[in-house]
Write a protein that binds this ligand. Structure first.
Ligand code: SAH
Length: 346
């Protein structure tokens, strides 16, 4: 059975409290308070009740590891039921922080090159557990005043497939948008591309129009089927159609679609495939390509694309006048980089 989130538990435990209390509670959760006792806006009897019944944070840090450059920190978090998942803090270009959050413990998508896929899916996170990855890092930063304090961006590029946990992800997005300074374009949901859910995103009036990144990894249907097993027949054609629907609804410079492309040596990094990708992307609505260097995963036979192959691949794309960025590899020495997140849950 799915665990109740804070809002549901609050209503159940304190049915006689006026409606505005819940709003005060939410505000408190995003204030500088470190525990219920410090929330002076609430009556002390309620604070005591909350202290007993609802943990201030729904997750507990089990382990924190900084990389050698001290620009990336990975945290292992323990949920109420003992399951462990990961979240990552990364310094960005603006010397602020981007946090990489998980939406599930493990993942069912089984992308062939990804570490998380090898765990299978343990369970989806409830919205509090997603929201609290942000709160966890905020609290951590407050305890370390020597570090920059602002979390300016959130990316759903930790464990799990966010579109397979739609409702909880949506609720977490609404919570951050309401109670933090994160705006729509500062949050990116990265997805393997589950077409019915992508469609739903366009139809659901309550889905906040945060940025979307699609994990493409190949614009060749057959090759994509080989490396991303959830690829359905005619995926690429259907995705292209969807991209135009997206552009019609939300498209503007602030809402481009990013296509992620992890370069795997001699698998999807040939010149021919670069041309195929470029032609494909030119046929989609306005969009960007984000090339990701492969981060090694133990037990997998993939390799990072050689430098010359990577350079040639990007050169071909740029020849088509496409916007290509390359993701900086961060935290690979602490297994906190993309696709390296895996936890052995006993
Ligand atoms: N389930 C989401 C989030 C995955 S993590 C999705 O599929 O988009 C974010 C990105 O890292 C995805 O594009 C994913 O395919 C990529 N990735 C996975 N394993 C990787 C690895 N070992 N090296 C580099 N990128 C990887």
């Amino acid at each position: 059975m799915k665990a109740l989130n804070r809002k549901e538990r609050f209503k159940k435990l304190f049915p006689d409290e006026p409606q505005y209390r819940l709003e005060q509670v939410n505000q408190a959760l995003f204030s500088d308070a470190k525990n219920w006792d410090e929330v002076s806006a609430l009556p002390s009897s309620l604070r005591l009740g909350l202290e007993k019944e609802i943990p201030w944070l729904s997750v507990e840090a089990k382990q924190l590891v900084w990389n050698s450059r001290q620009d990336t920190c990975k945290a292992l978090l323990t949920a109420n039921d003992g399951l462990i998942f990961e979240t990552v803090l990364m310094k960005n270009k603006r010397e602020q922080w981007t946090i990489c959050v998980s939406s599930q413990v493990g993942c069912a998508m089984a992308c062939t090159f990804c570490a998380t896929g090898t765990m299978g899916l343990k369970r989806s996170l409830i919205s509090d557990e997603i929201v609290d990855q942000y709160r966890f890092w905020k609290q951590y930063l407050r305890e370390h005043p020597e570090l920059p304090q602002r979390i300016s961006n959130v990316v759903f590029m930790g464990m799990g497939e966010p579109t397979a946990n739609y409702e909880s992800v949506k609720e977490a997005l609404h919570t951050w948008l309401k109670y933090t300074d994160l705006g729509l374009t500062r949050i990116t949901v990265s997805t393997v591309g589950i077409l019915p859910v992508l469609k739903k995103i366009l139809e659901d009036p309550e889905w906040p129009s945060v940025r979307i990144a699609i994990s493409l990894h190949s614009a060749n249907q057959k090759r994509r089927e080989e490396i991303v097993p959830t690829t359905v027949p005619h995926f690429l054609e259907k995705l292209k159609t969807w991209s135009h629907d997206y552009a019609k609804k939300l498209g503007n410079r602030r809402h481009h679609i990013t296509y992620e492309y992890t370069l795997l040596n001699e698998v999807n990094d040939s010149e021919e495939l670069a041309h195929e990708l470029a032609k494909y992307i030119r046929g989609t609505a306005s969009s960007k390509i984000n090339v990701i260097p492969y981060n090694p995963v133990s037990g997998k036979s993939f390799h990072r694309s050689q430098q010359e192959r990577t350079d040639r691949f990007k050169e071909v794309l740029r020849g088509y006048d496409l916007t290509v960025t390359q993701r900086k590899t961060m935290g690979d020495d602490i297994a906190a980089a993309c696709g390296q997140l895996v936890v052995i849950n006993s």
